[in-house]
Design a binder for this molecule. Structure first.
Ligand SMILES: [Zn+2]
Ligand SMILES: [Zn+2]
Length: 376
């Protein structure tokens, strides 16, 4: 992947020494141009993801300096990958909020909100992967005004209250003397611009709520606590700022008889006392839908676990699969035919009062303790 990766500066079309504002401006222009909602060319989605990835790195001071020094090698695992990456927790979302809010000089958000969507998956879909279609409700760029918020043919004008700076100086007197503080301009809300004739469709917000269908590839091996991030599929930001991301949380339906533990699958297999004592070969189901023969060795005890290699969950990263673990459940018969009762009675007679052959030492102790009690 890294061999074919393009340079982040080249992707955004900015110089290596570009300012934060230049990066942001170029990103907005390209994101609007290549967003799959707008651009129907086949490579638009790939370009859009590439643009988002580049922006996320270059707009973050620490990520950018790491990238400048080490290139793409510095970014492996951190939001890279083909547009999505399962996240271990919500912390990455909160990080994005915190850095976004702390960096800007103005309190206004610099991008749209991240959204969360809970997607129900069948047990097998999480194991083998799936392509799912989902419908979300999110804020999109208003196509009437292009996100500016001004009615077509009009332009936002510079705010006269703050002269376009978005801030006003407030002089206050106190017992320590006079001090000056900078406050966000109330007239323009800190934007520095005022819309005198708002767009009718979006009422000047630049965004409208819309439903949207998305196709999501669920990679094989995902588990309940993981998330899939779709970059740029959240709410578009106010005043034409870039969109947030969409986080897909997974709700995996339980299976009839498999239970998952990491990459291993557990199941219980009921066997009868003859199979346990004499050994047997039993066809057991696999999660893929087929069966495999399982050898029960002679003398198998209740609760014994037998491992079937490579029939578990495919590893999310890299090759190979987990195992299928079969826990043997010894069933004592309750409804016997006359013939079966005779056979068991004969067996009981042959055992006598001795513990069954092959019983462990501690079980012998148990039988001896009972005999001691009965005799004395
Ligand atoms: Zn509009
Ligand atoms: Zn103002």
């Amino acid at each position: 992947m890294s061999a074919t990766k393009r340079d982040y500066y080249e992707i955004l079309g900015v110089a290596r020494g570009a300012s934060e504002e230049e990066i942001r401006r170029s990103y907005r222009r390209l994101a609007r141009q290549y967003h799959p909602d707008v651009n129907k060319e086949t490579d638009a989605e790939a370009r859009f993801k590439e643009i988002n990835e580049a922006y996320e790195v270059l707009i973050d001071t620490s990520k950018r300096s790491a990238y400048d020094r080490f290139g793409h090698a510095a970014m492996s695992g951190a939001g890279a990958g083909p547009g999505y990456g399962p996240f271990d927790s919500m912390s990455s979302i909160f990080d994005a909020f915190v850095t976004g809010a702390a960096r800007g000089a103005r309190p206004a958000p610099t991008r749209g909100s991240h959204l969360a969507y809970r997607l129900a998956l069948d047990f097998e879909e999480a194991i083998f992967g799936a392509e799912k279609e989902l419908e979300i409700s999110h804020l999109e760029v208003c196509d009437t005004c292009g996100g500016v918020g001004a009615a077509p043919g009009t332009q936002p004008v510079t705010c006269v209250n703050c002269a376009g700076t978005g801030e006003v100086r407030r002089v206050q007197q106190s017992i320590f003397g006079q001090f000056v503080s900078l406050m966000p301009c109330e007239r323009c809300g800190g934007d520095g611009q005022v819309i005198s004739s708002p767009c009718e469709k979006c009422k000047g917000a630049g965004r409208v709520r819309a439903n949207k269908r998305l196709r999501v590839n669920i990679p094989a091996g995902v588990d309940e606590h993981q998330q899939i991030r779709l970059a740029g599929e959240g709410d578009w930001g106010p005043k034409g700022t870039p969109p947030g991301d969409l986080y897909i949380e997974l709700a995996i339906r339980p299976h009839r008889f498999f239970r998952r533990q990491g990459y291993d699958l557990w199941m219980e297999l009921p066997i009868n006392i003859a199979q346990a004592a004499l050994g047997a070969e039993i066809q057991v189901p696999t999660v893929a839908g087929g069966t495999v023969p399982l050898k029960i060795p002679a003398g198998t005890q209740h609760d014994k676990v037998i491992r079937i290699r490579e029939q578990g969950v495919p590893h999310l990263r890299g090759a190979g699969r987990g195992d299928q673990l079969v826990r043997v459940k010894l069933q004592v018969p309750t409804a016997l035919s006359d013939h079966q009762r005779e056979l068991l009675a004969e067996l009981a007679e042959s055992f006598g009062e001795e513990p069954p052959p092959g019983a462990r030492d501690d079980e012998k102790g148990f039988f001896e303790r009972i005999r001691d009690k009965l005799s004395g």
